[in-house]
Design a protein around this ligand. Structure first.
Ligand SMILES: [Zn+2]
Length: 406
């Protein structure tokens, strides 16, 4: 038994020797290199390899007119440490490198990793610098970690760019790319604000749930939808509040706004940029489009004590649209804020009677953005059910001063 095994081993060795000779002869594989002594991979070797990689990559990048790469010392130390403790660095799953780096450094949202092996340093270097990602403008750092694996040298290369945490002020002043932690699923993702958009619905790429609604104001500053509610109040006669029904009060407040403000599309205004107005602006300028008048109306109703929300979504007849929903006792009404006629009780549309054309996607008031994953035919009949409409959790809010108009 043992003989035959040895015999088998002998035949196998001969076959391998012939194959090795063949490969060496044809130049396919540097077998002889296997027997050259491998360099000692110490800290000096690591630094030298990385700085040679960086120099070669930067020669290429500057010839292409691309920003040079630097090192990211924190990431570099982390990778070195991780590789040195890894039991089998040659078989690392590159996805696990991304997961680990992004968990440790949430700003490292732009990553490329390369795992190579060779018998000598020069070849390793030329493989590393011949990697297609080294010319990519999405990255601004290169980090490398070399390791010995049997008779080979191996190297993990990581191209990266770290981006700051999302901040609306910085997005407004400087723009750029950010990372953001999803309030629904907690995962971190990259975010870039498209400043030319009128309304920005920010959704998480992982759980696909919306986590914020932003819009440009008339000065071009991007603000959170909730912050357009500024505490606008139309003062009512005290007798009103006591004697009128909730519906009559809603019609009275809506009527004051509809009488004063004309429907006007953004394009008709002098500024070319599409934007949202604050309630005060819509009131003072006596005109606005669907978002402007909806925000003014919902803000006014909220400050008169009603539960009112702006709905943004689609209307089959109009396209992207905004309207108002308000609660009066157990009843819910849809208010079409662009209605250009005398507002009477007949204009109040109970949700049960409202057209299927209204398909809300998000709702918001002064504090909260609401989202729904229910089917449109369910949620267009109910805008306040907490089982259908969920609040986006924990968004920082700025506090706006109260405004009163007589
Ligand atoms: Zn998410």
């Amino acid at each position: 038994m043992s003989r035959s095994v040895l015999s088998f081993g002998g035949i196998f060795l001969v076959a391998v020797a012939v194959l090795i000779f063949g490969l060496q002869y044809t130049g396919w594989l540097d077998i002889a290199g296997l027997f050259r002594p491998l360099p000692t991979v110490d800290a000096a070797f690591q630094r030298g390899f990385r700085s040679d990689s960086m120099a070669k990559i930067n020669r290429l990048r500057s010839s292409m007119g691309v920003e040079e790469v630097k090192g990211d010392e924190e990431l570099q130390n982390f990778i070195n440490d991780w590789i040195s403790r890894h039991p089998d660095p040659e078989n690392i799953e590159l996805d696990s490198v991304f997961t680990m780096l992004q968990a440790e450094y949430p700003g490292a949202q732009y990553l490329a990793a390369n795992l190579i092996s060779s018998n000598n340093r020069d070849e390793l270097l030329s493989e590393m610098t011949g990697w297609s990602a080294v010319a990519n403008t999405d990255f601004d750092t290169i980090n490398t970690a070399v390791f010995r694996s049997g008779f080979h040298l191996g190297a993990l290369g990581v191209m990266s760019r770290r981006i700051p945490e999302f901040n609306l002020e910085v997005a407004n002043s400087e723009g750029g790319k950010f990372h953001n932690s999803c309030p629904h699923c907690g995962k971190t993702h990259a975010l870039e604000i498209d400043r030319d958009s009128r309304t920005l619905i920010l959704s998480c790429p992982y759980c696909e749930l919306p986590f914020d609604v932003l819009a440009a104001d008339t000065s071009g500053t991007i603000r959170r939808a909730c912050d357009f509610f500024e505490g606008f109040t139309l003062v009512e006669d005290a007798r009103h509040v006591e004697t009128l029904s909730p519906e009559q009060r809603i019609v009275f407040l809506w009527g004051r706004i509809a009488d004063r403000c004309d429907y006007q599309l953004d394009q008709d205004r002098s500024s070319a940029r599409e934007s949202w107005k604050t309630p005060r602006q819509t009131w003072d300028e006596k005109s606005g489009d669907c978002e402007d008048t909806s925000i003014l109306l919902a803000d006014t109703l909220s400050n008169a004590g009603f539960d009112a929300r702006v709905a943004i979504g689609w209307n089959g007849n109009i396209g992207q649209h905004a309207w108002v929903v308000v609660k009066a006792g157990e009843k819910q009404y849809l208010l079409e804020s662009t209605l250009q006629k005398k507002i009477t009780l007949d204009c109040l549309l109970e949700l049960e009677e409202a057209s299927q054309y209204y398909q809300p996607e998000q709702l918001f008031d002064a504090k909260t953005i609401y989202y729904s994953s229910a089917r449109p035919d369910r949620f267009n009949k109910n805008y306040f059910d907490t089982k259908i409409w969920k609040a986006v959790p924990d968004l920082p809010r700025t506090v706006a001063p109260k405004l009163s108009v007589r």
